[in-house]
Ligand binder design. Structure first.
Ligand code: PGA
Length: 251
């Protein structure tokens, strides 16, 4: 099964409008789609429309949002709806990043609603799962990830699951410079695929792209991407400089 390779850059809350504009211009200047990688840029909300204008002629550079509120419209001060994301050209939306789970107390049940609403609006959710260091050290990694998958993806048909992208991001590896070893990552990716198969069927699970995230850099991406169940990367820090992000894209 040939799965779609996706490299997504999550700029988090790091770029103002000028910085986002410069970064995307820097990317575009040297970007060549060498290996059929779908590149997704997830800038802060305030830059989405500007980034969209800058990338609209590059067919493999796509726009993603970092978050979304799961209602079409309403009195939800400060929130952004899927309809709004569509209107600025977003194709992807990150759902359940560990920073949202931790700082904004987003539960699996709430994230399940976000995934559902994203699908309803033809946005591709990148649903994030991952264990903390304490959970890993107490041998709870697989149990935690299973719960995040079973609860976060409850109630979806195989047809719906096919449209979802999963990102495995061990919390202890995010922004810390510590990457999971390719073997540690592969073990969890294989487990995720098996769980997805239980939630749907083997064919559906086999078709889904599972990205790895957590201190991905040009220096470690090739080895990670060499693993059977690793289909791409969700990149934070290293996506904030054009040369390092391009180094990852051209792994
Ligand atoms: P990092 O972040 O690459 O800086 O570790 C990854 C993420 O949070 O998606």
């Amino acid at each position: 099964m040939v799965r779609k390779v996706i490299i997504a850059g999550n700029w988090k809350m790091f770029t103002d409008l000028d910085e986002a504009t410069q970064l995307v211009k820097g990317l575009k200047a040297s970007y060549a789609n060498k290996n059929d990688v779908e590149v997704v840029i997830c800038p802060p909300f305030i830059s989405l429309a500007t980034v969209r204008e800058l990338i609209k002629t590059s067919s493999n550079l796509l726009l993603g949002a970092q978050n979304m509120y799961p209602e079409e419209k309403g009195a939800f001060t400060g929130e952004t709806s899927p309809m709004m994301l569509k209107s600025v050209g977003c194709r992807y939306v990150i759902v359940g990043h560990s920073e949202r789970r931790e700082y904004f107390k987003e539960s699996n049940a709430f994230l399940n609603k976000k995934v559902k609403v994203a699908l309803d609006y033809q946005l591709i959710p990148i649903y994030c799962v991952g264990e903390t260091l304490t959970e890993r050290e107490s041998d709870k990694t697989f149990a935690v990830i299973k719960t995040q998958l079973v609860e976060g993806l409850a109630g979806f048909s195989a047809e719906q699951l096919k449209k979802i992208v999963i990102a495995y991001e061990p919390v202890w590896a995010i922004g810390t410079g510590k990457t999971a070893s390719p073997e540690q990552a592969e073990a969890v990716h294989a487990f995720i695929r098996k769980e997805l198969s239980d939630l749907s069927d083997a064919k559906t699970a086999d078709s889904l792209s599972i990205l790895y995230g957590g201190s991905v850099k040009p220096e470690n991406v090739t080895e990670l991407m060499g693993k059977e169940n690793i289909d791409g990367a969700l990149v934070g820090g290293a996506s904030l400089k054009a040369d390092s992000f391009l180094g990852i894209i051209n792994y």
